[in-house]
Design a protein around this ligand. Structure first.
Ligand code: ZN
Length: 338
């Protein structure tokens, strides 16, 4: 069963999480395999997407955003786009588009940053939007501070958490055909009554006030640095094969770890797709009736497949006519199939 475990280090400003996606990740892969119009992911793409899914679940759980956290990589190599969406309740879905062949032994940069144009975007799309509100988006480069291409997705996301959330973060990620897993260690921002009154404070995404005192602490907290080093020693094989209790015991046996109740089953990370016939209908409406009629004249009907779950939706001439006569009744906020 897929599970997410949170823990604290007693008396220290450090927290952690482990996510292990088994059935949720296998369901994403199974749906891809059984979609006649999509090819199975080549192994390096599969592993990258699995790491993205694990990371997105950890990030959503870390910032507890009331809406969808969307992690996307826009690639300029064989992977054109890879996208993971995690809702507030940890339901999630993912897909990637691959064009052409991968070079042998492809690394992250060969997949998505072959021509230096790859980028990673994190979008926070609120559930309830006020009119005209745009989702918040942060874009992270896929180069490190010395201008070298980053070969680990975890490093890209650590940069994001530091730059956008002012949070020292250590991430270890791994995926194969059965498991997508991740470990996150984070320094808790400095908080205090005095600090709350301070100048230059900015609200963090989960309402935590981040202030000058916190910025001064970045990279300097000895407890965080020690625990971060322990976390970074976790090997890919260990993360993929060991249960959470064993991982935490092996890494942090000298620390006082306080475990919170694990989230699994109905409250844990799980596969779910948000596509629907109504949303596809809205998308066809946005094409306009002329375009819709010309597709039907050419092909007999409009067929739209969901890349995330493999579900297909068909609209014939009568369905389409109905869409445009009912145009005034469309549900708000559902203008796209995704
Ligand atoms: Zn779907």
């Amino acid at each position: 069963m897929s599970e997410l475990h949170k823990f604290l280090f007693d008396g220290l400003p450090v927290r952690g999480m482990v996510v292990r996606l088994t059935d949720a990740w296998q369901e994403i892969l199974r749906r891809r395999h059984s979609n006649p119009n999509a090819e199975a992911y080549p192994e390096p793409v599969r592993d990258m997407l699995g790491e993205m899914v694990a990371a997105a679940a950890l990030m959503q759980s870390s910032i507890r955003f009331d809406g969808a956290l969307v992690l996307q990589v826009f690639g300029d190599g064989p992977v054109k786009v890879a996208v993971v969406e995690v809702q507030h309740d940890l339901s999630l879905r993912a897909t990637a588009k691959v064009v052409g062949d991968l070079p042998p032994g492809a690394q992250l940069s060969d997949l998505v940053n072959a021509n230096n144009q790859g980028r990673c975007a994190i979008t926070l799309d609120p559930k309830a939007k006020f009119p005209g509100q745009q989702p918040y988006q942060g874009v992270v480069p896929m180069f490190d501070d010395r201008g070298e291409k980053i070969e680990r997705l975890s490093e890209v996301l650590e940069h994001y958490m530091l730059q956008s959330e002012q949070l020292d973060t250590t991430l270890v990620l791994a995926a194969d055909d059965r498991v997508a897993a991740g470990l996150l260690i984070q320094r808790l921002p400095v908080q205090g009554e005095r600090n709350l009154e301070g100048q230059g404070k900015t609200p963090g995404l989960d309402g935590v006030v981040i202030n000058q005192a916190n910025e001064d602490e970045i990279g300097l907290n000895e407890h965080y640095n020690r625990i971060s080093l322990l976390a970074a020693s976790l090997q890919r094989e260990e993360l993929l094969t060991l249960d959470v209790d064993t991982i935490l015991r092996r890494l942090f046996w000298e620390e006082q770890v306080l475990r919170l109740a694990p989230q699994d089953a109905d409250i844990g990370p799980r596969f779910a797709c948000t596509c629907s016939r109504a949303r596809v209908g809205n998308m066809i409406r946005s094409l306009g009736s002329e375009e819709a009629e010309s597709i039907i004249a050419e092909r007999g009907d409009i067929e739209v497949g969901c890349d995330f779950c493999g579900q297909y939706y068909w609209f014939d001439a009568i369905d389409a006519a109905q869409l445009f006569t009912d145009a005034g009744d469309q549900a708000p906020g559902s203008s796209a199939v995704q």
